[in-house]
Design a binder for this molecule. Structure first.
Ligand code: XUL
Ligand code: CO
Length: 442
């Protein structure tokens, strides 16, 4: 992409990516992702439901705070806003279908450039929705989720739904309305809220309670509109602790679940969890998944990874089999994602400028998830992983332990049990054994 290639030839040198198995030495092939292979009772493609992210793959210019774009896309040369948007969408659908990705995801502003005119933005998006609808029909590609970008425009510098100025909030609402309309028109299965600017830079100028109340009211208002207009999918909140805001209200899974419960949003909202957001919050990805699964709110995943050496959202493509096997253990035990899928919210590096790089990135990501799925299923089916965890809590399954769980023991009775039974046995947590188990099945 370093030299501006002709639109028609951009991806034309790349063949459709096929499953070729472990013996293949073709770098443009899947070794693990065999979409119809049945794992734990379902084809892989149904467990994984992969999606391409419009914003990184077709808008990500490679620019960073220190440098100009390095990914020069041919569609950016194509005349007016709609012309550019259509050329980009042609390329996007070609890319997505060549990879066999069943889904895609977008923000309103990824698809077509925005202006400061609400009605003009609506018209632009509607034009592109009609174009996308035809492309979806031709290719069978589906929309995993739609969303509105309420963080890039300068008006959102103090937040959108949590902005101290009602006028700004209303602009955010106008964008969400149009994005919900687009999601419904395209048969989108879910709708995402990521609140990049919903938080504060300093508490000195912030009424946190007022902002959180407004945020909840905003979400209710959006949800009510979507339901009135026939949207039956899930709404997802995507937690992230910081960046771009110093403190984001949707800090992590536990914080979001508390917020949803407090403001009576649990019936309609679930979580979309992102690997690098988990690590920024000081958690493992596995931890965030488990928190959501335990609450029955594990909706969807944004797949990527961070960097051990720095502390921001590097959004690299996933490649850590150990991390993802731990993740797939949680997902399999939870019975899968509820309505969502695995969206590659990841970008190739600034200096990855060959057309093939975007393919290698997705092939690697899809393969590593497929391999993690198979590995986790083997661990659950063939090893004593489940049994060890079950036995660890067996003292609560019968007798006094069960009576405690059932709420039948007083504090005095617990005290008497301790006094009568003496010192407990020392029981190993067997961490290293379990860690080895994962590597054994990888
Ligand atoms: C930002 C991020 C977003 C959301 C959608 O860190 O993850 O791209 O996924 O707004
Ligand atoms: Co994301």
């Amino acid at each position: 992409m370093s030299t501006v290639l002709d639109q028609k030839t951009l991806f034309s040198t790349i063949p459709t990516i096929q499953y070729e198995g472990l013996e293949s030495d073709n770098p443009l092939a899947f070794r693990w992702y065999d979409e119809s292979r049945v794992v734990a009772g379902k084809p892989m493609k149904e467990w994984l439901r992969f999606a391409g992210a419009y914003w990184h793959s077709f808008n990500g210019s490679g620019a960073d705070p220190f440098g100009e774009p390095t990914h020069l896309f041919p569609w950016d040369q194509e005349g007016d806003a709609i012309g550019r948007a259509k050329a980009k969408m042609d390329a996007a659908f070609e890319f997505l279908t060549k990879l066999g990705l069943p889904y895609y995801c977008f923000h309103d502003v990824d698809v077509v450039d925005y202006t400061n005119d609400v009605a003009d933005n609506e018209r632009r998006l509607q034009t592109m929705v009609e174009y996308a609808r035809q492309k979806q029909q031709e290719t069978g590609l589906k929309l995993l989720w739609g969303t509105a970008n309420l963080f890039s425009h300068r008006r959102y510098m103090n937040g959108a739904a949590t902005n101290p100025d009602f006028h700004v909030l209303a602009h955010g609402a106008a964008q969400v309305k149009a994005a919900i309309d687009a999601t419904i028109a395209l048969g989108g299965e879910n709708y995402v809220f990521w609140g990049g600017r919903e938080g504060y830079m300093t508490l000195l100028n912030t009424n946190m309670q007022r902002e959180q109340e407004n945020f909840a009211r905003f979400l209710h208002t959006c949800k009510d509109y979507a339901r009135r207009n026939g949207f039956t999918g899930s709404f997802f909140i995507e937690p992230k602790p910081m960046e771009p805001t110093k403190h984001q209200y949707d800090y992590d899974a536990a914080t979001v679940i508390g917020f949803l419960r407090q403001y009576d949003l649990l019936d309609d909202f679930k979580l979309n969890l992102e690997v690098n957001h988990a690590t920024l919050a000081g958690h493992t990805f596995q931890h965030e998944l488990q928190v959501a699964a335990d609450a029955g709110l594990l909706g969807s995943i944004d797949a990527n990874r961070g960097d051990y050496q720095n502390g921001w959202d590097t959004d690299q493509f996933p490649n850590d089999i150990y991390e993802l096997t731990e993740a797939m253990l949680v997902i399999l035990e939870a019975g899968g994602l509820q309505g969502g899928g695995i969206n590659f919210d990841a970008k190739i590096r600034r200096n990855s400028t060959d057309v093939q790089d975007l393919f290698h990135a997705h092939i690697g990501g899809m393969d590593i998830f497929a391999r993690a799925l198979i590995t986790a299923d083997n661990i659950l089916q063939k090893s004593d992983y489940r049994q060890i965890r079950q036995q660890r809590y067996a003292s609560f399954d019968a007798g006094a332990g069960k009576a405690f769980r059932d709420g039948q023991l007083t504090l005095e009775q617990l005290r008497d049990y301790a006094a009568e039974h003496g010192e407990p046995q020392i029981i190993s947590g067997r961490q290293e054994y379990l860690e080895n188990l994962i590597n054994r099945y990888i």
